[in-house]
Ligand binder design. Sequence first.
Ligand SMILES: NC(=O)c1ccc[n+]([C@@H]2O[C@H](COP(=O)([O-])OP(=O)(O)OC[C@H]3O[C@@H](n4cnc5c(N)ncnc54)[C@H](O)[C@@H]3O)[C@@H](O)[C@H]2O)c1
Length: 335
Amino acid sequence: MSIGIGVVGTGIMGADHASTISRRVPSGFVAAVADPDASRLEAAVRGTGAGKAYTNPIDLIEDPKVEAVIVASPDQTHAELVRACLRAQKPVLCEKPLAPSPEECLGLVEQEASLGRRLITVGFMRRFDPSYRAMKSELRQGRLGAPLLFHCIHRGTRASTPATSDMIITAAAVHEIDITRWLFESEIVRCRVFNSRRQTESPIRNPQFLVLENESGVLITIEVFSSVYGYDVRGEVVCDRGTIMLSDPREILLRLDGHERRDFYDDWRPRFATAYQDQMSDWIKSITGADSEEFDGATAWDGYVAASVADACLRSTTRDQDVDIELSARPEIYS
Ligand SMILES: NC(=O)c1ccc[n+]([C@@H]2O[C@H](COP(=O)([O-])OP(=O)(O)OC[C@H]3O[C@@H](n4cnc5c(N)ncnc54)[C@H](O)[C@@H]3O)[C@@H](O)[C@H]2O)c1
C-alpha cells in the first residue's frame, strides 16, 4: 500500500523531501505539491510526477487524494498550516520549528490533545541518524556508566548561515536541543548563552556558545559557528568510564601527492540524507500501521519543548545570565 503525500513548500527542504519520497520511499508517493512560487512548483511537479499543483496550500490540505501532509514552507507559516491539517484530521510532518514561538507551539499541542490522538510529527531528523542512534543504544547498554557531559559542535558554510543572530539558536542549535532530550530522555532545566568575539566582519553574532543542564545533571555544551569551513556536526558524550563520539560520516579519504584529504559537505542534506529517508519511511509506516514498533519521531510536545528551550536561550543572551526553563503541564496523549 502506498499513500498519497502532499508537500507544502517546494524550496530546499520541500524539494528534497519530495525527491526522497519519489525515489527512495515506495510506501508513499507525491500526490500534490503547493507553493506560491510558480517556477518552484513547476520544477517539483517535473521532478516527482505529482498529480496536482496548488498555489494555495489550504487547497492541497483539503484535497481528498492527499492522505498526509509535509509542511516545508517558511517557519512563520507552520502554525496556520498545521492547524489546517488538524482540522482535516490528516497526519502532518512539519519541518522544524513547529512554530517560531513556544506560545504558538502550545496552541497546536492543545488543539491536537483535544482531538485525543497524535497527528503531528516535527522534522527533528537527527533522531533517525545512524550515528546518533548507535550512540543512544550504547548509552542504554550502560558499559560506559552514567553520562556526565555532552560536547556538541555545529558548524556550517556561508550557504547555510542563518539570516539573524537569533536564528543561530532557533534554526541551528535547536537540533542539538532536541537531540539532547532524545538521547538522555531527560528534560533541560537551565540554559546560558555566551558570546565570544564576533567572527571578523560577520553581520550576526557568530559563533555562539550554549551551556544547557538537564534534570539528570548532565551538562551540554553547544558551539554553533556558521560561515566557516564546511558543514560539520560533531558530538561526544563523556561518561563515568569512557566517552562515545559520533562517527565521521564523510565517505572517502583521499591520499594524493603527499597529502591526505577529506571533503566536508556544503550543507545538512548529504550529511543527514539517511536520517531524512528513515524519518520519512518510518513516518509513513506509522501512518499506515505497517510498523509495530513505536515511531521515534518528534511529537508536537517535543516541538513545544524545543521552542521553549530556544526561547529561554534567547532570553539568556539578552540578560547575560542563566535562565530556568519553565514548561506547561504535559497533556496525557504525550506520555
Ligand atoms: N530539518 C532540517 O534539517 C531543516 C533544514 C533546513 C530548513 N529546515 C526548515 O524547513 C523549512 C523550509 O526551509 P527551506 O530552507 O526549504 O526554505 P526555502 O525558502 O528554500 O523554501 C520555502 C518554500 O516555501 C514557499 N512558501 C512560502 N510561503 C508559503 C506558503 N504559505 N505555503 C506554501 N509554500 C510557501 C516558498 O515559495 C519556498 O519555495 C523551514 O521551516 C526551515 O526552518 C529544516
